[in-house]
Design a protein around this ligand. Structure first.
Ligand SMILES: Cc1cc2nc3c(=O)[nH]c(=O)nc-3n(C[C@H](O)[C@H](O)[C@H](O)COP(=O)(O)OP(=O)(O)OC[C@H]3O[C@@H](n4cnc5c(N)ncnc54)[C@H](O)[C@@H]3O)c2cc1C
Length: 414
């Protein structure tokens, strides 16, 4: 059976997030962009408000990006998890909030991209220890982060050089991580390292490194073209001693390339989410251009120029819709605990491209008007924000490589 309808609960959540995005988030988006930050008072209020509406901020389906469950560390109590729809619900919220401002999503307190590897690989004790800090944020906001990328190892994940060696009851980590979302503010980072680069993927290990651990410091904070209100940090590890208890899953987990698989499993959850965010930005640009065309070309309906604009908008609309459907499919498969690597990569490849296209088309349709920085005029911001959606969580090219590998693997059944 193929089912495209959303549950009553999902529709309510989507409408609520949409209204919030329109009335609260949009008016602040340019200020955050200019200030390169979202102030913690706003984030605290957001967490408190979401809690009042029934549960932690996660009831909005966004805490713990890619987590797919509403309460980090307590999946069994989450209504969405029980009904097997947590990933899809998260994706719905993510599109709406990104339609308001994608940087807000990346700023939300919670385990963030660090959540999926802890959830996928951590022992019950580790999940309790690392997720419990997010349960009550009334006394201070908490973040987690995911540190895989290094100078020289972005797409080529297997090529990481950050080293780890066992020393008594500790591991000692040394190396450098770059472009880490929320890396500087995070209370803990999931850091990927290798026991021996010559072992490739088999040498990978995943550790939780807590803020303040001696030798673990923040390098530069990047100044970016887009998503300027989201922190992107360099992290330096200089003989950092991490207790063996912080090796995710314990030693026995790493007999079969499990460290590398942990990184990849994270992507299967987070790529649909990143795709949904891209679609939210693309939809915002598309709607802006559609309304601009309605306002400005009303008298030109019978001219070829109007037909050309209408055709461009129609193409943008159907590309966004197609990307959304495959994104929902990838999230739904994750909810059913079925393999979704191919669909996750498809969603990321299609979502990023459709949204980039939507932003380019919108700027072209609006002309110079679309490039101006004016209060409440977000098109030029969306244009700056969107490019990175075809870069982080695996570039568009890498998604296409993953997809083609999966298609060839599945030749017999395809
Ligand atoms: C805003 C932002 C936030 C980020 N957040 C995080 C984070 O939280 N944690 C984290 O670990 N990382 C994070 N990253 C890093 C991100 O995941 C990497 O930038 C990304 O994986 C690409 O790596 P790279 O920049 O080194 O590019 P490269 O891997 O050097 O790629 C450069 C170009 O070469 C192409 N290419 C590379 N290999 C191939 C190939 N085999 N075949 C064809 N083409 C290829 C790529 O598609 C790309 O076009 C973030 C990046 C940004 C910009």
């Amino acid at each position: 059976m193929i089912e495209f309808s959303l549950s009553k609960r999902q529709l309510q959540l989507r409408d609520m997030v949409r209204a919030f995005a329109e009335s609260v988030v949009r008016p602040l988006a340019l200020t955050w962009d200019r200030e390169h930050r979202i102030d913690e008072a706003f984030l605290s209020n957001f967490v408190a408000m979401a809690a009042q509406m029934g549960g932690p901020a996660a009831s909005w389906g966004v805490q713990g990006l890619g987590a797919g469950n509403a309460e980090p560390g307590r999946p069994e109590t989450s209504a969405a998890k029980k009904s097997g729809s947590a990933n899809l619900t998260t994706v719905l919220s993510a599109e709406e909030l990104a339609w308001g401002d994608a940087a807000l999503l990346l700023n939300l307190p919670g385990p963030g991209l660090g959540g999926p590897p802890v959830r996928a690989t951590g022992t019950p004790e580790q999940k309790e220890r690392f997720f419990s800090i997010f349960r009550d944020m009334s006394k201070g906001l908490k973040w987690g982060a995911y540190a895989l990328t290094e100078p020289g190892a972005g797409s080529d994940v297997a090529g990481i050089r950050t080293s780890c060696r066992r020393d008594g009851s500790d591991w000692v980590l040394s190396g450098r991580k770059c472009y880490i979302t929320n890396g500087a503010r995070a209370d803990w980072n999931v850091v990927f390292a290798t026991v021996d680069p010559a072992l490739g993927r088999a040498g990978h290990r995943a550790f939780v490194v807590e803020k303040g651990t001696p030798g673990f410091t923040v390098g530069k904070i990047e100044d970016k073209m887009g998503l300027r209100a989201s922190e992107t940090a360099e992290l330096v590890l200089d003989d950092v001693r991490v207790p063996a208890d912080n090796l995710l899953g314990g030693d026995e987990k790493y007999t079969n390339k499990e460290g590398f698989m942990t990184a990849m499993k994270t992507f299967d959850n987070t790529r649909p989410l990143v795709a949904a965010m891209a679609i939210g930005i693309g939809r915002a640009a598309y709607e802006y251009a559609r309304d601009f065309a309605k306002r400005n070309y009303a008298l030109a309906r019978h001219t070829p120029r109007y037909a050309a604009i209408a055709e461009r908008l129609a193409r943008t609309g159907r590309q966004l819709e197609a990307a959304r459907l495959v994104t929902w499919q990838a999230a739904w498969l994750a909810d059913q605990e079925k393999p979704n690597a191919k669909e996750a990569s498809m969603s990321k490849a299609m979502g990023g491209q459709a949204a980039i296209r939507a932003c380019i088309e919108a700027i072209e349709i609006c002309g110079v008007e679309g490039t101006l920085q004016r209060d409440h005029q977000l098109l030029e911001k969306w244009f700056r924000d969107i490019k990175v959606y075809d870069i982080f969580e695996g570039t568009g090219q890498i998604q296409r490589i993953v997809i083609s590998k999966r298609l060839f693997e599945g030749l017999k059944s395809f």
